[in-house]
Design a protein. Structure first.
Lengths: 296, 318, 344
């Protein structure tokens, strides 16, 4: 290599202590750019390996269809088919939270990326948020496919009186879901391999207690607890009431506005908790030397 | 460089010569040993019976929750009248959790060895038969899935009011269906393993998605006659349909049937009524054999492509 | 430290790190005191398990010390991690990190975002570095298809993305072949020359690498620094005399004749010269008080009619320094087992 070929731009005039003193604007821009950076491999991956179209979109659509046919076999009212379709759509985001966020830090550690992230200056939540944004492309496609195709194929009719509220509930549900994902990610960072198994626990059991295919109020007290603590249950129930305004819901179903309030609280609490937990978990991981130990 | 010293010449005279017999292997005994070692490895990695938390997740929480979802759906629509259908859905969902375990067992072995443990290429180039290693690795998850089936059925009988009389169980049908079904599930797992060789790290969910799609066409939780005729045909050609029907008929003889019935494609093709136990076993054997051959072909194809593209020692991830 | 003095690039005081391990805790660092001024190329040399990586992980804010303090440019590693992370970067040997599905260019660009560069500026910086490290042909190749050497060049480029004031290199040539390792070392040296004032801390167990690259070296073993100095200073610790191996066609008077010359400490026939007997060559090991005595030896030999067929100076290696300090070699030290083996 010829001398002088490393003709790189240095920070002329600034010393290391000046270079380390970032303004708030610089910190914010770095965090935002980090979101973009971390979302990038997810989005790029969609075009480079299209198998997800089959396995993340088409096949899960067929899985949702199975529950539609269960209700058809039982000659259920048509709105129950709508409940299943909406549940199937929202599942996409829940699975994104579990597998693409909560468990992701474990994979990053195994790959050797985690310590590089911690050694970089952005806030770690930017990385988590970038993962969420990147994964959302796939989740949104899946949810839209289920809604549109299943809705059309199975004759689901949406009767929406309050569109703004419905959209607001959807956004709040995503906020609460991804906030929970951030909390889980920081927990899983410390739990290591056990976290992967925990992710398995958060599929069927959560589907059941969230009323994925039926109004959650049918579960009585268990349903009420779910609405209070599980964003999937809360959001799904509220969206069902708003998307099928003509349907009859069982006694004990909270009004959508109450569920909106719950979602707001969940979102705020989870994001605040995630931030605090990430700081605490990072410190603990640094103390125990777990940031770069694999297979743990 | 100096000439060979006297000591070196003496050493080469007594050095062992290459034994060609080492390249031939020991046939079946090698295969058996490989299988046993792989089973033990899979067991140590995954089925940690000393950890009750893991056992709870895979053998209790997941399968029982799946059954409860369907039971509540029944209750919501059918009320007390729907309870006669409970054995149907409980058996179907219990068996389906087993399908997922079996299919995922082999597929995840590929992903784990490639992405997490980074030993896939070393396993592949060892003299052990790769197929045997995969099947052995999958056995642990299959065993966990089997425990889940038993537990879910017990919960169904004890807590969900599923009526069960051991005296009427058709044991020959149960054994035949179980063995043939197990072979089919392993074959499907091999098919998914072949897929996962080609895909990247995020394909952990692919086995479940694949099983979820089959869930639609196999009469697991609703009779096939509810589906459009072309889809029913797919179901009749799927070995898992016959497997579930066989287990259901063996455990609850004379109960609701997933294949036949008024308006079903089966009735159109073969006349009224439901398939008998013998017909179920024959159909399972035929469709299972075809599925197994297809799965092996796909796996071999994937293997060749992986060698051409150098996929065995890559790691992916996004 | 007074306000007028620039801060040290690295400073540790009684730095200690203990890992909880069974059957007993492992002391990876045992009271390390270190001062590295800005602009220095500083090396940590020691066998596997000596504590080099532990020290680097503490300085790169990935690990907390159990006790003691560590600062990077005056920023404390425990409390001021953000500031340190803005001005440092790290590259480890044997790294397999990254996303295989991305190209080299994309992988590097992703990291520019983590360091806050604007999108277009990031691409420009990436292209600049790809050219600098010689990866132009691999620019749009997927990361998963890179060779080990190419991957490490990419990792080095990643380490330079944010123009760090201090660069930590943890065994950067680990696993590379001779050519790739040399190429990487040249890149590192070139970078340091191109942007003056930058500090580099390199850990290695390759003595020649430390000898070649470092301004100063700390020899580490079992979590302690045994000695610090420039390579020449360290070697002088173990060898104060000059040792020469001299080949002659004949020597009248034998070794005694040479030993009597002024400035000659000892002279003896070389023990491994048996093969040369057939060539009628006399091989002698000469220990002189210093290099200046060599002239007298050569003159005396010429006067006695001996022809000098070959002359070579023997220098101690850094392993000789290690042996002198510890009483055993690197390989023996590694074979004994490292303090941090149980942790990994």
């Amino acid at each position: 290599m010829a001398a002088g070929s490393m003709n790189l731009v240095g920070r002329a005039g600034a010393g290391p202590r000046e270079a380390a003193a970032w303004s708030r604007r610089q910190v914010l821009l770095t965090d935002l750019r980090s979101v973009r950076g971390r979302a990038y491999p997810r989005v790029r991956g969609l075009t480079r390996e299209p198998s997800w179209l089959l396995f993340e979109i088409l096949l899960p659509f067929l899985g949702t269809s199975a529950f539609v046919f269960v209700y058809r076999a039982l000659e259920a009212p048509q709105e129950y088919v709508g409940f299943v379709v909406l549940g199937g759509a929202l599942t996409a985001f829940w699975l994104n939270v579990i597998w693409m966020m909560a468990n992701q830090l474990y994979w990053e550690k195994a790959q050797g990326n985690l310590e590089l992230y911690f050694a970089a200056p952005m806030h770690f939540m930017s990385i988590l948020f970038g993962m969420a944004v990147g994964g959302m492309a796939m989740s949104t496609t899946r949810a839209a496919t289920v809604l549109v195709i299943a809705g059309t194929l199975y004759g689901v009719t949406f009767t929406v009186d309050q569109w703004l509220l419905l959209v607001g509930v959807f956004v709040l549900t995503l906020g609460a879901l991804y906030g929970l994902g951030m909390v889980l990610a920081s927990l899983f960072l410390v739990w290591g391999r056990e976290a992967w198994h925990m992710g398995q626990l958060l599929t069927e059991p959560v589907y059941f207690v969230s009323g994925l295919n039926f109004p959650v109020a049918r579960l009585g007290m268990l349903g009420a607890l779910s609405v209070a603590f599980l964003p999937l249950a809360t959001g799904l129930d509220a969206m069902r009431q708003l998307a099928f305004a003509d349907a009859a819901f069982p006694a004990g179903t909270p009004p959508p506005l109450v569920e909106v309030a719950i979602l707001v609280v969940m979102t705020v609490v989870s994001i605040v908790a995630a931030r605090a937990m990430l700081i605490a978990m990072e410190r603990r991981a640094r103390r125990d030397g777990r940031l770069s130990v694999r297979w743990q | 460089m100096s000439a060979v010293t006297p000591d070196a010449r003496k050493a080469s005279a007594t050095a062992p010569t290459f034994d060609l017999a080492r390249t031939r292997g020991n046939g079946l005994s090698d295969t058996i040993r490989t299988f046993i070692v792989s089973v033990r490895l899979g067991w140590q990695l995954e089925a940690n019976w000393t950890d009750p938390f893991l056992f709870f997740i895979y053998s209790v929480a997941k399968p029982v929750s799946s059954a409860l979802i369907l039971v509540v759906m029944l209750e919501v629509i059918g009320g007390p009248a729907g309870r006669s259908f409970r054995p149907f859905v409980v058996v179907g969902s219990a068996l389906w959790a087993f399908v997922i375990s079996g299919v995922a067992g082999l597929a995840w072995a590929i992903l784990e060895d490639r992405e997490r443990y980074r030993v896939l290429k070393y396993v592949y180039v060892s003299p052990s038969d790769f197929l045997t290693v995969l099947v052995g690795r999958g056995v642990a998850r299959i065993a966990v899935g089997l425990a889940g089936v038993v537990i879910t059925l017990v919960v169904g009988v004890v807590a969900l009011g599923v009526p069960f009389d051991v005296a009427v169980v058709d044991w020959p049908l149960l054994v035949a269906s179980s063995l043939l079904g197990l072979g089919t599930i392993i074959a499907l797992g091999l098919l998914m393993a072949g897929v996962c060789i080609q895909t990247r790290q995020e394909s952990w969910s692919y086995p479940e998605a694949f099983a979820g799609a089959l869930f639609l066409v196999t009469g697991a939780v609703f009779p096939l006659l509810v589906l459009p005729a072309p889809v029913q045909l797919v179901g009749l050609l799927t070995p898992l349909t016959w497997w579930i029907a066989g287990i259901r008929e063996a455990l609850f003889p004379g109960g609701p049937d997933s294949i036949g019935g008024s308006g079903s494609l089966f009735e159109t093709l073969f006349g009224p009524g439901s398939p008998t136990g013998g017909e179920i076993v024959l159909a399972l054997l035929a469709t299972g054999a075809i599925a197994t051959l297809a799965a092996l072909a796909i796996f071999r194809l994937s293997d060749r492509r992986a060698k051409r593209a150098g996929l065995y020692d890559r790691t992916t991830g996004s | 430290m007074s306000a007028a003095m620039p801060p040290l690039a690295m400073e540790t005081r009684a730095l200690r790190r203990v890992y909880a391990a069974k059957p007993q805790p492992v002391v990876a660092l045992d009271g390390v005191d270190l001062e590295v001024p800005p602009g220095e190329f500083f090396g940590l040399l020691g066998p596997n398990g000596a504590g080099k990586t532990t020290l680097i992980k503490i300085l790169t804010t990935l690990l907390l010390p159990s006790s003691g303090t560590a600062q990077v440019f005056g920023f404390d590693v425990e409390r001021e991690t953000k500031q340190i992370r803005r001005i440092m970067n790290m590259v480890a040997g044997g790294e397999q990190s990254g996303y295989g599905i991305l190209t080299v260019r994309e992988q590097l660009w992703m990291f520019t975002q983590f360091y806050g560069l604007a999108g277009k500026e990031g691409w420009r910086r990436v292209d600049e570095l790809i050219e600098a490290v010689g990866l132009e042909e691999q620019r749009v190749q997927r990361v998963s298809t890179l060779s080990t050497g190419q991957r490490q060049k990419m990792n080095l480029a990643r380490g330079l993305l944010n123009d760090p004031w201090i660069l930590f290199l943890d065994e950067p040539t680990l696993g590379l072949d001779v050519s790739a390792a040399r190429s990487l070392r040249e890149l590192i040296v070139d970078w340091k020359a191109a942007v003056p004032g930058r500090t580099i801390l390199i850990t290695t167990h390759y003595m020649a690498e430390a000898d070649e690259l470092c301004d100063r070296i700390a020899i580490v073993d079992h979590g302690r620094i045994l000695a610090i100095g420039s390579p020449a200073e360290l070697k002088k610790r173990v060898q104060r005399e000059s040792i020469f191996r001299i080949e002659l066609d004949r020597l009248d008077g034998g070794a005694h004749a040479l030993a009597r010359l002024p400035g000659v400490v000892s002279a003896s026939e070389a023990a491994d010269a048996a093969g040369d007997a057939a060539r009628q060559v006399v091989v002698m090991n000469l220990v002189l008080e210093d290099d200046s005595a060599l002239g007298q030896v050569v003159g005396a030999l010429a006067a006695s009619g001996s022809e000098i067929l070959g002359l070579r100076k023997s220098e101690p290696t850094l392993e000789d320094v290690f042996v002198e300090l510890v009483g055993r070699g690197f390989e023996e030290s590694e074979a004994e087992g490292s303090p941090t083996e149980a942790v990994a």
